[in-house]
Design a protein around this ligand. Sequence first.
Ligand code: ZN
Length: 78
Amino acid sequence: MMTCKDVSLLLSTGQLDDAPLSRRLAVRLHLALCRHCTAFRRQLERLARAARAAGREFDREPTSDFESKVGKRLESEG
Ligand SMILES: [Zn+2]
C-alpha cells in the first residue's frame, strides 16, 4: 500500500504518467480509498486550470489586476 506522501508526490510532480503500470494502479487504488488524496488531486487539477487560464491572460497582455483575476477564477470554479 502506498502512503499519502508517495501518492501526493507522484501527483504533484506529474511523474505518474511515466510511472510503471503497477505504480499507477497502486495510486488509483489508493485514490479510491483515500479521500485526502482525492481532495489533493482535485486541488491540483484546479490549480492547473487556473495556471493555464493565467497563461492565456499573459499571451494577450499582463494586467495589473492579474492576481485578483486568478483568485476570482479559483473561487468561481470551487
Ligand atoms: Zn492518501
